[in-house]
Structure formats: structure tokens, C-alpha cells
Design a protein around this ligand. Structure first.
Ligand code: ZN
Ligand code: ZN
Length: 431
């Protein structure tokens, strides 16, 4: 968190592009309070200087008004870009830097879309993870996620168990059903995010699944050399079932290095990219530090396929198998730009290319991957907005854990905290 975030309240910081907006800078503590014997000056810099309007020079010192212990600055914010506002206190010859504030202006199609943080691929103790489903959900809130889905191996029920644990509790984390889908005889891992029924359940009895896939395979015609007909048909069939369930079908970690090779095969991965039976691609998967090369490959593959003209919806996921071990959990997530975080808005936005994947490895600045303009906006949000958002989530996560552990007063406290993120965003996001 930048020091300015601790000492000033500044709003709005996301504004409409190509319009004039008034920004309020309100000192929060004595040591930065406005003084009667000082003048306040703001110097304005548009980071990209599109300069489609003439006249930057005379615009770079906007008029500052003082109202009730706060400063108000009106400025025209051109285009979609980041803007810097330097605030100085001037007393005679003495000029003191009070702070540097950032504002981001967005185009009309990005205005009205809220940046929701989520992780839709992770495991609990119901498969090979460490903690109970309710604990995993609570931990997601604690690290600042707005939505999540538990996706245990071959199991849909644990995701419902997490949701049920908070039934009747007013809390702002959205928990959705999910599962990691493992079709028999097929090395492709898929996530069913938000589906109304389990696709894994359709693999029993295995004989009827196999005959359904054989039928599907029969209609596929000629396949490229090296593509296993059954595996590909099973992948297509499973993604079709995920969509039938109303879920988003995610193509998981194609460059997972296991047993001395990538799984699935390169031929199958290429054919999946060529035919796109999935709804979204896990561009950033949950790899440990020793295997992050796999994410590098997944990102490179994304750019190559995009350059060939493909539309590729993306997610970034932690695939965490534990919340407390300092690995994977919280390292990778998705930002979805959607009007609300209802399931249909989230999945429509992902399908519509309104998402970026984030890699936030320990001790490093976070990186975002995806469409250029969303990456640019995400870098601003991760620096200027999410630290404030995440701080509010910490207490909610703690109370969710307490509720899951049976502390009866936690639900009431959670109810009192509900709506804080909405309140914060109503203040900060003015576009
Ligand atoms: Zn997997
Ligand atoms: Zn997994």
C-alpha cells in the first residue's frame, strides 16, 4: 500500500474518459491536515499524453478549491489512461510535497464494469487439499477475493458443502459450485465453474460414458496425426456437458510437466486450441515456483494463438491444495470486469474477453496477462484500489473462519460488515 493510501482519502479514482471530473483529496490524520497559512497546488500529468485535445500546458495546474478540510480539483481526463496528480503545500518560498495521487479514466464500455477478484480452481480436504471446504472459502475472503469456487478432483459436492456452511449468513464473498472434471481415459483436466450439476457424476457407469464418447468420436471425421480420438472426443463431450449444466468449461494447465512430459500431449493440446471446445483457457495455472516455466509456456501459447486471430477467454487460478502453506494460495487469480458478480455476469464477461489473469508471486510486483487495455487498467487497480479492498476483506475472512468453526456471534458481526466493498467502490469508481 502506498503511503498516500494510509493518509488521504481520494475519490473517485476511476473516472469517465474524455470528460471533466472533480476529484476530492481528504487528509485523514493531523500531520497532513490542511493549514490556513498554506496554499495548495496540484500539478497534473496524463501518463500517455494522447494529446488529441490541444492545450496540455495551460491545463497542467488545475484550480484547487478548499472545502471543509478537503481539496477539490476539477480536471479533464482524456482517453483511457492513468493520470498523476502531484499535490504540494506552498508557504511563502517553502514548497512541500504532500502526496502523489493517481486517477484512471476509462472508455464508456469499461465504465460500469466492476473489477471482481476471484479464484475458480482450488482443492479442499475432500480431495487432496488440506483444509475443510468452509475453511477454504473463508480463507479466500481473507486474501481479498470477491468470488470463488472449490473444485475438488472428481467431486462436485464439496463446493456445495462450502456454500451450505454460510447459508443464511450475510457475507459478501460469492461462493459458486465447481469441480475439477477428470473423464476416464482422458488426461485433459477441466474445471466446471458454476454448473448446476456434476459432470463427474456422468462418468458412472463408465460403460455408458464410454459409449457416449465413442458415438461422439464417430462424428468427428479425420483428426490431425497424433491426436488420440477417444481423448479428444471425451474432451469435447465433457465441455458440452459442462455447458449443459450452465457452467463455464475451463481448459486447465496444458503445460503441466508430469512423469517426464507435458500432459496432455502436444498434438491434443494443439487440436484443442484449433477447435476451441472450451469456454476459457487457464492461461495462468497453479504452478509451484520450481514449475513456473509452465505458466511461461501457457502465456506464450496464448499470445501466439491470439496473433493467429483466435478469441481466447482466460482465467488465472491458484489450484491451491492448502491455504496456509505460503504456496499457490493467493499467488494466482482472475480479475473479471463485469457489472455484478452474479454467476451469469461473471461467465458472460469471461466469455466476452473481459478478464485478466494475475500472477502475484511472493516478494514480487504482481503481473497481469490478457488483453492490453485490461492489463493496463489491472496494473492501476492492483496498485491503487485493491490494497484498500483487500484490507476490508481481512476481517470478513477471519469472521467467516470463526463462523465455520462454530462461533455463534460471528454471523452477526459479518452481517454488520456486509456492503463495505460496495460502499468503497461506490466512492472510488466514478465511471
Ligand atoms: Zn488438474
Ligand atoms: Zn486442480
Amino acid at each position: 500500500m502506498r503511503p498516500e493510501h494510509r493518509t488521504f482519502s481520494v475519490y473517485p479514482v476511476v473516472v469517465r474518459g474524455d470528460a471533466e471530473t472533480e476529484i476530492t483529496v481528504r487528509p485523514l490524520y493531523d500531520h497532513v491536515a490542511l493549514r490556513d497559512d498554506a496554499e495548495y497546488e496540484v500539478t497534473y500529468y496524463p501518463c500517455e499524453e494522447f494529446s488529441q485535445r490541444s492545450g496540455w500546458p495551460e491545463r497542467n495546474r488545475p484550480v484547487v478549491k478548499r472545502i471543509n478540510g478537503a481539496l477539490r480539483v476539477r480536471q479533464y481526463f482524456e482517453g483511457e489512461q492513468e493520470h498523476v496528480l502531484h499535490l504540494d503545500a506552498v508557504q511563502g518560498d517553502n514548497r512541500r510535497r504532500m502526496g502523489e495521487f493517481r486517477v484512471y479514466s476509462v472508455g464508456p464500455d469499461l465504465g460500469g464494469r466492476i473489477p471482481w477478484k476471484g479464484d475458480v480452481h482450488m482443492h479442499s480436504s475432500r480431495s487432496d487439499g488440506r483444509e475443510a471446504p468452509a475453511y477454504v472459502a473463508a480463507a479466500c475472503r481473507g486474501i481479498g477475493l470477491d468470488f470463488m469456487a472449490l473444485t475438488d478432483h472428481g467431486q462436485y459436492e464439496p463446493s456445495l458443502e462450502a456454500i451450505r456452511a454460510f447459508e443464511g449468513v450475510k457475507c459478501d464473498l460469492r461462493m459458486y459450485p465447481g469441480e475439477e472434471v477428470h473423464p476416464p481415459g482422458n488426461p485433459v483436466h477441466m474445471v466446471n465453474f458454476g454448473g448446476r450439476f456434476s459432470v463427474n457424476a456422468l462418468f458412472a457407469p463408465e460403460s455408458s460414458y464410454r459409449s457416449a464418447v465413442e458415438d461422439r468420436a464417430a462424428g468427428l471425421g479425420q483428426l490431425p496425426g497424433g491426436v488420440d480420438r477417444f481423448q479428444y472426443a471425451s474432451t469435447v463431450w465433457s465441455f458440452e456437458r459442462i455447458r449443459e449444466a450452465g457452467g463455464l468449461g475451463i481448459f486447465c494447465h496444458p503445460y503441466w510437466f508430469t512423469n517426464h512430459r507435458y500432459a496432455p500431449s502436444g498434438a491434443l493440446t494443439s487440436h484443442i486450441f484449433d477447435t476451441q471446445p472450451y469456454d476459457a483457457y487457464e492461461i495462468i495455472g497453479g504452478y509451484h515456483l520450481f514449475e513456473v516455466a509452465s505458466n511461461t509456456l501457457q502465456v506464450a501459447r496464448y499470445h501466439e494463438e491470439r496473433a493467429r486471430g483466435r478469441r481466447i477467454p482466460i482465467v488465472g487460478v491458484s489450484d491451491a491444495h492448502g491455504c496456509e502453506r505460503g504456496e499457490l494460495f493467493g499467488w494466482y487469480y482472475t480479475i473479471v470486469f463485469a457489472p455484478t458478480y452474479d454467476l451469469s455476469d461473471l461467465t458472460d464477461a469471461i466469455r466476452g474477453l473481459w478478464s485478466v489473469a494475475v500472477e502475484a508471486l511472493p516478494g514480487q510486483e504482481p503481473r497481469a496477462f490478457g488483453p492490453f487495455r485490461l492489463v493496463k487498467y489491472a496494473l492501476f487497480l492492483m496498485r491503487e484500489v485493491f490494497p484498500l479492498h483487500d484490507e476490508l476483506c481481512v476481517e470478513e475472512g477471519r469472521l467467516m473462519r470463526a463462523h465455520a468453526a462454530g462461533h455463534c456471534e460471528a454471523a452477526d458481526r459479518l452481517g454488520q460488515l456486509a456492503g463495505r466493498i460496495a460502499g468503497l467502490y461506490a466512492l472510488l469508481i466514478g465511471a
